[in-house]
Design a protein around this ligand. Sequence first.
Ligand SMILES: [Zn+2]
Length: 422
Amino acid sequence: MLDCIIRNGLLPGAVECVDLGISAGKFVEIAPHIVAQAEDEFNARGYLLTPPFVDPHFHMDSTLSLGTPRFNESGTLLEGIQIWAELKADLKAEVIKKRALRLLDWSIARGTLAVRTHVDVTDPTLLAVDVLLEVKEEMREWVDIQLVAFPQEGLLRSSQGKDLLVRAVEKGVDVVGGIPHFERTTSHGTESITWLCELAAQKGLQVDMHCDESDDPLSRHIEHLAYEARRTGLGAKVTGSHLTSMHSMDNYYVSKLLPLIAESEIQVICNPLINIHLQGRQDNYPKRRGLTRVPELLGAGVNVALGHDCVMDPWYPMGSHDMLEVAHMGAHCLQMLGNSQLADVFSMVTGRAAQVMQLENYGLEVGKDASFVLLQAKSVSDALRLRPARLAVFRRGLCIAETPEVKAQLHFGRNEGQVDFL
Ligand SMILES: [Zn+2]
């Protein structure tokens, strides 16, 4: 006797529906028709069933703080960092926690069941670190959270930077972060990368750095990050986030850089919503898009994922933590709407993002966690086109969120029917 059978689910890329049998929170059978009995059955009605969405790059300490103490009028990264510094001075634990939990309600409703969040470790009290470690623990049953020790105001800009980062790691933060392009000089950026990679190697942790998030074609910290990933043996445990300067780099230099990145095995995260908004702000026309070179990185064999980065904070005023919005924006701004590219775009907010976070038991396969999202869609391209309702979100065999089917009722002329856009 199984715990549950999901009937008539359409898996990505498939034409025929399947049933999925679940026991003890795992998939135990996936077949055209399961004959075994189950305590419970759930009818997927021929809709698309996908692995949960994964957000590998987020900022949960600043989320939902939009407008406090003021709005970012210039739309630049630097004004955002300034507003965050002003806000940080008066932050209270209860406020950070309330916002983070509210955001996670949204995440789960959207089917985002794993989140890697950076947490600012340049506040001497490390208040946000303590709060988010607590949130991670409280929410463990429903969502996988990884914390990155992120020196938002620079590792080497203050005398306490290194000490605070080490203390955050000792408190139990999972990943070592960095921001080399924000250090005072290029050589300090280089020095920070070496120090942070050595710390991660020594502690057995992953690395995920905000790297070259600028329009400066000469911001080349990614080169040193790739070098250190190889030298320290960290390899795929290192992720470079943003890499927007690659957009503006000289093409000849990129032809040397891409193989270096591939050889180092580091992974890359592009954040389309945020960088299409923040980059190119000093440009007149033409304005650069400022996103890193995703199709070329994929072509070189590098694993690339997409992140949401921000929801309603000093850097970005929009969003509801919907990874399909991220994929939709990415597909357009990266010019990846080719039919064969859509599956890649979808995988960058599911499987490829899970690979960045090194999630275990992820995927629609026998033996893996029975976690999935049922979308009001019939294909992956429908999902990207419509960003449709998440009809059901399952975590380890339990339905933890539902959204009703959305249909428009027509009232004109010959037509009294319903439209679902499929
Ligand atoms: Zn970020």
